[in-house]
Design a protein around this ligand. Structure first.
Ligand code: PLP
Length: 255
């Protein structure tokens, strides 16, 4: 049977990021996606305009019914939308532990809109980081969560909160190449990628969701991290521009 990956994330009507990005990436990696929507959004391919967080009770009710029916191998957490829903998700994950939890701490949209307030950041750090197998912040997010400056300082701070590994991505940094570094235990490994011009809306979701699926399929951490980056790089390479703003990754570039 296909491994089941549960994506807990926001809905982006453009189809570029959020739940739809997760569904496409998870399917593309040969797993079955299940979904819980944390918040609705109004947005276009330029920026997010508004978040409409869902009631935590709805999430809890859906979670309980789903988990009593299906064996979920991995959970991917993306945009949360409110501290309340993040707190409830932490409680649900402690009640029903999952071996693989990928946490993509979405703090700000590519277009610049803030997607997390200080309370949500606190819950992310206190309640969700300790439950995560891999956290996938970009460097700006890692700095904001940890209050540290250098990537290895940010990673040490995040690892001390109890997550098993941290993948700090550098796609948004003004460097000629992209450097993504995986930190775990006392190791680190940097992956270097050619920078693709323009970037794409929903690349972070694509990386985190494909990583969740690859781990659910049983790959080792380093191999899953390498393959998820390769897949995301290809999806961005074949990105297309359905609207008037940013491009959207082609997560089925291979088909
Ligand atoms: N909307 C949703 C629902 C998201 O999950 C995200 C990112 O994860 C965004 C918007 C922002 O996407 P980007 O920063 O790639 O433009």
């Amino acid at each position: 049977m296909k491994p089941i990956v549960l994506a807990v994330s926001g809905h982006d009507p453009t189809g570029g990021a959020g739940i739809q990005a997760d569904i496409e990436a998870i399917l593309s990696q040969g797993c079955h996606p299940c979904t819980l929507v944390t918040c609705l959004t109004s947005q276009d391919t330029h920026d997010v305009r508004k978040l409409y967080p869902q009631p935590p009770e709805t999430l809890a009710a859906q979670w309980e019914v789903l988990w009593s029916d299906m064996p979920v191998q991995a959970v991917k957490i993306g945009l949360l939308g409110s501290a309340e829903i993040a707190t409830r998700l932490g409680a649900l994950l402690r009640q029903t532990p999952c071996e693989t939890v990928i946490l993509d701490p979405v703090l700000r949209a590519g277009g610049g809109t803030e997607l997390a307030d200080e309370r949500l950041i606190e819950v992310l750090c206190e309640e969700l980081l300790p439950l995560a197998t891999v956290v996938t912040p970009n460097l700006q997010e890692a700095r904001r969560l940890s209050g540290k400056e250098l990537p290895h300082q940010c990673a040490s701070w995040l690892l001390e909160r109890g997550c098993r590994a941290v993948l700090i991505t550098g796609g948004d940094e003004p460097t000629p190449l992209v450097y993504n570094t995986l930190y775990w235990k006392h190791h680190h490994k940097t992956f270097t990628w050619e920078k693709l011009p323009g970037g794409a809306h929903g690349s972070g979701c694509t990386l985190a969701a494909s990583l969740a699926a690859l781990l659910a399929r049983g790959l080792e951490l380093e191999e899953a991290v390498r393959k998820a980056q390769q897949y995301t790089w290809n999806a961005i390479k074949y990105a297309f521009r359905p609207g008037q703003g940013k491009k959207i990754p082609d997560r089925f570039f291979w088909s």
